[in-house]
Design a protein around this ligand. Structure first.
Ligand code: FES
Length: 105
């Protein structure tokens, strides 16, 4: 049964940074964009690069391996548009960040 799974506290992910967490069957990268949290699949769809370790500019993350770029809000690829990454709903209650255990459809 899908549910929100607590993964971190707000202070664990400073603005402009990301961290990866395992939620069920998924490894999910959680980004702090000026206090708004967004979650996408951590593995880049190209060759699996860790997107939580990518370069972050606003809502755009650039994969650290071969520089494919994705918008963390909707998982869209910003150059080329060949593919997308899965996105996950995020809930912040108090200081706890939780991620929905299944991707958005
Ligand atoms: S693995 Fe991400 S761009 Fe190649």
């Amino acid at each position: 049964m899908p549910s929100f799974v607590p993964v971190a506290h707000v202070g664990d992910i400073p603005p402009g940074q990301a961290k990866a967490y395992v939620v069920g069957d998924f490894e999910i990268a959680v980004f702090n964009v000026n206090g708004d949290f967004h979650a996408i699949e951590n593995a880049c769809p190209h060759q699996g690069g860790p997107l939580a370790e990518g370069w972050i500019d606003g809502t755009i993350v650039t994969c650290p391996w071969h520089a494919w770029c994705f918008d963390v809000r909707d998982g869209s690829m910003t150059l080329g548009g060949y593919t997308t990454v899965d996105t996950f709903d995020v809930q912040v209650e108090g200081s706890t960040i939780s991620v929905w255990s299944e991707p958005r459809s």
